[in-house]
Design a binder for this molecule. Structure first.
Ligand code: ADP
Ligand code: ASP
Ligand code: MG
Length: 421
């Protein structure tokens, strides 16, 4: 049986017609290898950003249904253009939007999750020898409503298609040569990781390494889809492979560092210290489909018998969060709600930090030496995140990258001994 390879090309890879011609060549090369090819594309260049900007010029708070109607058009342009470019090279190709394929999602606008993908049409067209080009980022509900998966969601479309089709691999083609120890555009001596585990990549993606949409990594892990991140422009470079258990990186406590600048912090002040307050607050947010990231509840003040609950959300969800809190004000009995959008989350990630003392203290000491104030801390088994002022994010990232020996020359030298951190 022929193998199926899913390839995904991001916005920069299809930014103009020359780049689309380049993508057509990459696709055809895979077809010439004897594989069946399903291609997922994003909107061209900054199309999605431009569409968002136009919407905001017409309405301060456009409805999420109409936003999805608008934003889904970007991907429809690129699938048709790429298919034409492939056909012009003499290959049989056909484009489909999410509705035509049947990329079924839940009935939630702007960050819908995929619940099912119909594969009949895809298989029929692959059997007919066609290269298939599918619109990323979009989906359709049972009622025929158009949805989108959230910014950067084409990665998730590609991995979900690979899982549904039982593909051999999902290749994410982008504008960097793979997954690096941190964003190579911020820290130029970041080093490329040859391999990284699903777990580490998931934490890095959640921590702000936007080279992959977090849900794409989640889906790849769940369905064991081998995932590769590689460059559209340097085909000789094999990029980074994301797969099961990672042995290679375990000698290093920290595999990568990341910053997320799109968070906002909210503090709900002086809520009563009694059962049900946190439940009421976070249930109301969940009902509005707002994801909460870090949460801290302060130690109860004895005299007033109250405490503060601080948490972070994606800044895009801030207006909705504040509106929800406003409705809850009386029930919660909070004295005040404070908001800070000028913050960033800086994280270190590595499976090698499990059971290895001293990693957190090294992180905190490094930030202290820079004079950076830590506003919140959260940890998982393989991640430590600190909330800092936005203006401190870049220098924190660079210093942490250095202190954990992640620079390209250091990483290239490490053979198996533990670096001294
Ligand atoms: P695409 O349009 O192909 O989806 P994105 O802009 O979404 O591309 O993702 C690629 C970008 O991710 C890179 O240009 C880089 O600046 C950024 N990035 C952030 N963290 C990392 C990382 N750890 N490794 C590689 N790239 C990263
Ligand atoms: N075009 C969408 C965005 O810019 C989806 C994607 O690129 O993955 O967010
Ligand atoms: Mg992307």
């Amino acid at each position: 049986m022929r193998k199926i390879i899913v390839q995904k090309f991001g916005g920069t890879s299809v930014a103009d017609t020359d780049k689309i011609k380049n993508v057509a060549k990459v696709v055809i090369r895979e077809k010439q290898n004897g594989n069946d090819v399903v291609v997922v594309v994003s909107a061209m260049g900054h199309t999605t950003d431009h569409l968002v900007k136009m919407a905001k010029m017409l309405s301060p708070n456009p409805s999420s249904r109409e936003m999805d109607m608008l934003l889904s058009t970007g991907e429809c342009v690129s699938i048709a253009l790429l298919t034409m470019a492939i056909q012009a090279e003499g290959y049989d190709a056909i484009s489909f939007n999410a509705m035509q394929v049947g990329i079924m999602t839940e009935n939630i606008h702007s960050k819908a999750r995929i619940v099912d993908i119909k594969t009949e049409k895809l298989r029929k067209n692959l059997e007919a020898g066609k290269i298939i080009v599918v619109a990323g980022f979009q989906g359709v509900t049972e009622d025929g409503e158009i949805t989108t998966l959230g910014r950067g969601g084409s990665d998730t479309s590609a991995v979900a298609l690979a899982a549904a089709l039982g593909a051999e691999r999902c290749d994410i083609y982008t504008d960097v040569e793979g997954v690096y120890t941190t964003d190579p555009r911020i820290v130029p001596n970041a080093s490329k990781l040859a391999e990284v585990s699903y777990e580490e990549m998931l934490e890095l993606a959640h921590a702000g390494a936007n080279v992959l949409h977090p849900r794409s990594v989640e889906t790849a892990k769940q369905f064991s889809v081998p995932l590769r991140v590689r460059s559209s422009f340097k085909l000789e470079d094999m990029g980074t492979l994301i797969l099961g258990v990672d042995k290679m990186e375990l000698y290093r406590p920290v595999a990568g560092v990341a910053a997320d600048l799109s968070q906002a912090r909210i503090v709900v002040c002086d809520v009563p210290d009694k059962p049900g307050i946190a439940a009421g607050l976070f249930t109301a947010l969940a009902e509005e489909n707002i994801s909460v990231d870090m949460i801290i509840q302060s130690y109860a003040r004895k005299v007033s018998n109250t405490n503060d609950i601080a948490f972070t959300v994606d800044s895009n969800d801030l207006p909705k969060t504040l509106a929800t809190l406003d409705k809850l004000k009386d029930t919660l009995g909070a004295s005040d709600v404070k908001v800070d959008a000028e913050i960033a989350k800086v994280s270190i990630v590595g499976a090698g930090m499990i059971d290895r003392p001293g990693i957190a203290s090294t992180m905190f000491e490094t930030l202290a030496k820079l004079g950076v104030n830590i506003r919140m801390i959260s940890t998982s088994e393989i991640k430590i995140s600190c909330l800092v002022d936005k203006t401190d994010a870049q220098k924190s990232l660079k210093a942490l990258h250095t202190v954990f020996n992640l620079e390209s020359d250091v990483v290239a030298d490490v053979k198996g001994d533990l670096p001294d951190v």
